[in-house]
Design a protein around this ligand. Sequence first.
Ligand code: NI
Length: 140
Amino acid sequence: MMASKLVRFGVSLEEDLLVRFDQRIKQRKYTNRSEAIRDLIREELIKKEWTENKEVTGAITLVYDHHTRKLVTKVLDVQHDYHTCILSSQHIHLDHHNCFEIIVTKGKSKEIEELYQKLKSIKSVKHVGFMMATKGKNLT
Ligand code: NI
């Protein structure tokens, strides 16, 4: 996609709110307000893609003890049910007991959310993380 033209616009807001925003963006290491506002807008547009069941990408992470009876099988069964929206998965043996898994997904947001909820609802899984991402179209 070609870079679109840069447009300037004015924003009016309460001084206290701006002070708090500036403190926040300083903590987040933004060099200026424009970049911080750009990021907020992008995040909002990504949320919109997810709520409108668009084609998106995302990552799901899992931490579980592979010694727990039948747990590995359950985790794998769910992934096979959703194989059409899983691009890849990586399994890392953290220590003698614990496994860390990263599942990279691409597909309709509703399906990916469903996969996340199913993995999350498996008993004895210690942690399930979820990161919404975008295929990047129309985001510069
Ligand atoms: Ni492992």
